[in-house]
Design a protein around this ligand. Structure first.
Ligand SMILES: Cc1cc2nc3c(=O)[nH]c(=O)nc-3n(C[C@H](O)[C@H](O)[C@H](O)COP(=O)(O)OP(=O)(O)OC[C@H]3O[C@@H](n4cnc5c(N)ncnc54)[C@H](O)[C@@H]3O)c2cc1C
Length: 469
């Protein structure tokens, strides 16, 4: 507390709070850091930490504990995800010198096809570039015959290893505090105390229970669904091409359902409120879905399936002295771009740790505002998803949206307001605040209301159908 007052007292006007030497807890040369979880958040953190440390001449020892083997097929190597790396995220990684090699990208997504009961439309990537990547998080589904691609998580872990991180295969099952320093023990008996504990365990393991006595409140989650279908490359080319196919159907509790082509497989991903078997079956039985997939593909014959949990509201305080929670087990983006959120929280945590310190106060000043920004954006996202779920209930509104997008996509050089809003919402490429700004633009609202009015007004509706059968 005293340090905080001193800091404020000595800080000159306009001088950033971000400064060296003010924390009561700091890392030194040879400090020991444990990262529990070697998914995207854990690997990004280790990569950034060691990168920045080497620039300021700080030598750190980083141990990453990971129970999965990302070079293995089936659940043993999979982190259960749609595997879409948004265009924004591809750019952010490139800016940090992380370029996804072709062996990781199973398909470059060029467009989104939106399917509704009233028709379908393809939305091309706004900049006509192939920048969205579809990846597998593990080596592949259960029945994978030949491993042709490298897992995304394995690639990221390789980057951390190249920077000097030590990856320890094993599950951390005990955490304790010795002289206020974190101490951990793995299932196979390895034990050690550390200066800093970075928790990147996601929301699909019970590891967070180990921190409850430290006052950690885990994020709110809901059940999602994901499955894989084996389809020969030719079948994927003919049926899905290089497009992700999103279904905007009037199905309660489903906020997002999509088919994502990858290598020899197609991933089906459903997000919403507590997705269960019944909901999945009714989605796969839907005439729009059945009509879209090849008739000889049995939608009941899945190569792999699971119901992972997804973060829908961040942890209230993802830090304490010497402990920080990043990625899904801290704060993530609502329904979209979880990998992007893992990247941002990991980078913010690494920067805080090196330039500020490792006390709860340091994390509160530098790391927490970044988490709060993501959390505020998620609140806007919730409003948008609520609005869309209401609009989806009305056939005339669905038709109006479809017509707007069809018209925009036909006109080269036109301002594609509805297409852009749908693109950003479906891909997670832009913050929800930006999507809302698009939607509140007077031209957007004017065109939407006019389109809806045309759908309701019978004479105009007939004329529209003649124009666009
Ligand atoms: C159905 C679904 C679809 C999704 N689709 C997308 C998408 O298309 N694009 C996108 O960007 N995001 C998507 N997400 C979100 C994305 O998967 C997560 O945001 C992202 O994986 C978070 O990374 P993480 O490193 O925080 O956690 P995780 O990826 O969950 O990694 C946590 C790691 O910690 C390890 N671990 C846990 N406990 C221990 C322990 N005690 N000891 C050792 N290791 C441990 C686990 O094995 C795991 O490897 C989706 C999520 C779901 C559920």
């Amino acid at each position: 507390m005293q340090i905080r007052k001193k800091n404020k007292f000595f800080r000159r006007k306009n001088e950033p709070e971000f400064s060296f030497g003010l924390s009561k807890l700091k890392l030194d040369d040879k400090s020991q850091i444990a990262v529990i979880g070697g998914g995207p958040a854990g690997s990004f953190f280790s990569y950034f930490l060691l990168n920045i440390a080497s620039r300021v001449d700080l030598e750190l020892d980083v141990d990453i504990f990971e129970s999965r083997d990302f070079s293995a097929v089936a659940p043993a190597g999979c982190n259960m995800c749609g595997g879409i790396i948004s265009e924004n995220q591809v750019q952010h990684m490139a800016a940090e010198g992380i370029n996804l090699p072709p062996v990781v990208i199973q398909r470059g997504i060029e467009s989104y096809a939106v399917h509704m009961d009233v028709g379908e439309v393809k939305i091309e990537t706004p900049l006509q570039e192939k920048r969205i990547a579809a990846v597998h998080r593990g080596a592949g589904p259960r029945d994978m015959k030949e491993i042709k691609w490298r897992s995304f998580d394995d690639f990221l872990q390789g980057l951390a290893r190249d920077k000097g991180a030590n990856v320890i295969r094993g599950r951390v099952k005990e955490i304790s505090w010795i002289n206020e320093r974190p101490w951990i023990k793995t299932a196979d008996g390895f034990q050690k105390d550390y200066d800093l504990l970075v928790v990147a365990t996601g929301v699909n393991s019970s590891t967070s229970n180990l921190f409850q006595e430290k006052g950690y409140c885990p994020p709110k989650t809901t059940k999602a669904f994901i499955c894989e279908y084996y389809m020969e490359n030719k079948m994927i080319e003919d049926c899905l091409g290089n497009s992700m196919h999103a279904f905007l159907l009037n199905q309660p509790r489903v906020e997002f359902a999509a088919f994502i082509p990858k290598g020899d497989y197609t991933t089906v991903c459903m997000l919403g409120k507590e997705i269960d078997k019944e909901l999945v079956e009714s989605f796969l039985e839907n005439p729009e879905v059945k009509g879209f997939m090849p008739p000889d593909l049995d939608l009941k014959q899945k190569s792999c399936q699971c119901y992972p949990r997804i973060n829908i509201k961040g942890s209230k305080k993802p830090f304490s002295d010497r402990v920080i929670f990043i990625g899904d087990c801290g704060v993530s983006r609502l329904y979209k771009d979880g990998i992007g959120a893992a990247f941002r929280t990991a980078k913010a945590a690494a920067t805080t740790v090196i330039f500020r310190g490792i006390s709860a106060d340091d994390f509160k000043k530098i790391y927490w505002p970044i988490c709060q920004k993501i959390d505020r954006d998620n609140k806007i996202g919730k409003m948008i998803f609520f609005g869309v779920s209401q609009i989806k209930k009305f056939r005339f509104a669905r038709r109006a949206i479809l017509r707007m997008v069809i018209k925009e996509q036909k006109k080269a050089g036109a301002r594609r307001r509805m297409s852009m809003a749908l693109w950003d919402m479906l891909t997670g490429s832009a913050p929800y605040s930006e999507v809302l700004l698009h939607m509140l633009h007077p031209f957007f609202l004017g065109r939407l209301f006019w389109s809806m009015a045309c759908e309701i007004w019978p004479f105009r509706r007939r004329a529209l159908r003649r124009e666009n059968p």
